[in-house]
Design a protein. Structure first.
Length: 93
């Protein structure tokens, strides 16, 4: 078992965007409602994996049984992904 430091367990806003994208994809493929218990449990699992393992989207998709989308390599700029999200004032520096 590898030890996890505080820094490793800390999730940045970009990590949360990644977690949301992965969770959205899993729920869509499994036809799960986002407010269901299964989605809550999946969200917790995705967060745990991000905290304790490499933050690689393709690896995480595969781990959760979701095939990466073809041509997925076109990245959306971080600012565009975060534009609609409310950020707590203490998180903004």
């Amino acid at each position: 078992m590898t030890s996890t430091t505080f820094h490793d367990a800390f999730l940045s806003p970009m990590d949360l965007v990644l977690a949301k994208r992965i969770l959205d994809r899993i729920c869509a493929e499994r036809a799960l409602e986002m407010d269901s218990r299964e989605a809550d449990e999946l969200a917790a699992s995705v967060i745990r994996e991000l905290q304790h393992g490499p933050r690689d989207e393709e690896r995480l998709m595969t781990l959760f049984g979701v095939a990466p989308k073809p041509g997925r390599h076109a990245k959306v700029p971080a600012q565009e992904m975060l534009s609609g999200m409310e950020m707590p004032q203490h998180a903004i520096r």
